[in-house]
Design a protein around this ligand. Structure first.
Ligand code: ATP
Ligand code: MG
Length: 477
């Protein structure tokens, strides 16, 4: 469903409810119809409904349904379905179906200690976090038509573009600290402003974010960088004080002036860069995270108006942060590498060999995203998007790719086996070093990539006399 551009619904019916229903995908409609036919209530609730009412791209991966059918009954009606959590939510053909419930005491500021099922939709709706999430569309078993149920006036809030906690905001955030993050993310996704009382309660409870698991924080951050504009989510985090607890290095950017865009501090620059990213692969948050974090090394390296080594410091800080938030290692290192190399400076005078060395040094897998990041960084700095001859660099990289020049070990015309055979030597550290040197020579001059030339070089470079000379040079350096 992600990516579906949807017009907002016409709000013409009496009581100002949307005429017609949401664009429910077939598999969701099937689940609804099956439940109705089995004599149950079934309602669409949650994120997909909210985002559609807000006229936004439906950002939820899943449609959520609520029903009076209890979990064992759901498993019986839908063979092949199974539980997604210990609270009895059932996943049916990709649709999350949750039995009406009322929540109880929240002992750990995170999850209710127990839940009790109820057969009242209204009761189920008012235990939800925000009014825009407490809306239902569907029907009871006996009803002829679908209808809207909106006990907390969530539809009016969507229309007024307000995110408001259901009930007493302080109580709701105290119960469950995850709502702090959900609030910032949902407001950004749906284009809502946080109601002042809700914002005040978020601020008062900001420190409770420590009760949220690192995995969950990471998951919410991934979704925030994908909101449009993503800065909206991070402005809320900053304004409520949540940012200081989540990413102190970014909070420290506030008020740090740099001479890029007049009136912008470093934090404004980070957000402007994030918002300026164009066309990163959908669902891939790595370059977005890199845009957000690219200058996170600046506060701690600031000296005399400069930020020496902030790229390396930033890569280190981002690695610590993302690893702590349980991001997969390959994502952590990808983001860190983007930050490490974001300060590259291209010149027209680069030879083709220099161009290829650049691509190999930063990583051929990274180059496109690195250029996307630079483009956004340019815009966020008040420069033309392609400042620094970015278009020229992009063109030269494309041309070099078309020529399919060797850029990796795997592209070499010989492999380790060939070399060992030709030299009659056992494997050892010498082999990796030799291969790396052969690759360097081929990156500089692709015409060298033939078995004859490479084996000749291998013989020369691996000869004992040559190795002695090489290590003597190293020692004298
Ligand atoms: P998304 O699916 O985009 O994360 P969502 O609002 O649908 O957004 P879900 O986790 O799918 O989030 O939850 C579905 C619904 O359950 C929410 O819309 C809300 O009504 C309710 N809900 C989810 N988490 C909470 C919570 N922590 N506290 C109160 N209600 C919640
Ligand atoms: Mg959902």
């Amino acid at each position: 469903m992600a990516g579906l551009p949807l017009p907002g619904p016409a709000l013409t019916q009496s009581r100002d409810l949307p005429a017609g229903g949401p664009p429910v995908p077939d598999q969701v409609r099937n689940v609804l119809s099956t439940l109705w036919a089995a004599g149950h209530e079934a309602w669409v609730v949650g994120g997909a409904l909210r985002d559609w009412l807000a006229g936004r791209r439906i950002g939820s991966e899943r449609w959520d349904l609520a029903t009076d059918a209890q979990p064992p009954r759901l498993l019986g009606i839908f063979p092949g379905s199974g539980y997604t959590n210990r609270f009895g939510t059932v996943l049916i053909a990709g649709v999350e179906v949750t039995t009406f419930r009322r929540d109880h005491r929240y002992g750990d500021h995170r999850r209710p200690d127990q839940v009790t099922f109820t057969d009242s939709l209204a009761e189920d709706l008012v235990r939800r976090d925000f009014t825009v999430n407490a809306i239902a569309w569907g029907r009871r078993a006996g009803d002829q038509e679908e209808r809207w149920v909106d006990p907390t006036d969530g539809i009016a809030d969507v229309r007024a573009r307000v995110l408001r906690a259901v009930g007493d905001p302080a109580v709701r955030f105290d119960e469950d600290a995850l709502r702090l993050l959900r609030g910032a993310r949902i407001a950004a996704q749906a284009g809502l402003t946080v109601d002042p009382a809700t914002a005040a309660a978020m601020t008062a409870h900001a420190h409770d974010v420590r009760y949220v698991s690192v995995e969950r924080i990471g998951q919410e951050l991934r979704r925030m960088v994908q909101a449009s504009p993503p800065s909206a989510a991070f402005r809320i985090l900053a304004d409520t004080g949540l940012l200081e607890h989540l990413v102190p290095g970014l909070a420290a950017q506030r008020g740090l002036i740099q001479d890029k865009i007049p009136g912008h501090d470093l934090w404004d620059h980070s957000l402007a860069t994030l918002d300026a990213l164009e066309d990163p692969s959908p669902g891939d948050e790595r370059v977005r995270l890199a845009a957000l974090l690219h200058d996170i090394g600046k506060p701690e390296t600031f000296i005399d108006g400069h930020f020496p080594g902030h790229d390396q410091a930033g890569a280190r800080i981002a690695t610590d942060l993302l690893a702590r938030l349980a991001f997969p290692g390959r994502d952590v290192s990808y983001v860190a590498r983007l930050i490490r190399w974001h300060m590259f400076s291209y010149e027209s005078a680069w030879s083709d060999a220099a161009l290829r060395r650049f691509m190999v040094r930063v990583g051929t897998d990274l180059v496109d995203d690195l250029l996307l990041l630079r483009r956004a960084d340019n815009v966020g700095s008040g420069l033309a998007p392609d400042a620094g001859r970015l278009a020229e660099l992009r063109g030269r990289i494309a041309a070099d790719r078309l020529a399919r020049h060797p850029l990796a070990m795997a592209d070499l015309a010989v492999d380790g086996q060939d070399i060992m055979r030709a030299l009659g030597r056992e494997p050892g550290p010498w082999l990796g070093q030799l291969l790396a040197r052969l690759l360097d020579s081929v990156v500089a001059d692709p015409a060298r990539n033939t078995p004859e030339v490479l084996l000749a070089s291998a013989r020369a470079w691996a000869s004992p006399a040559h190795e002695r000379a090489a290590s003597a040079t190293v020692r004298s350096e």
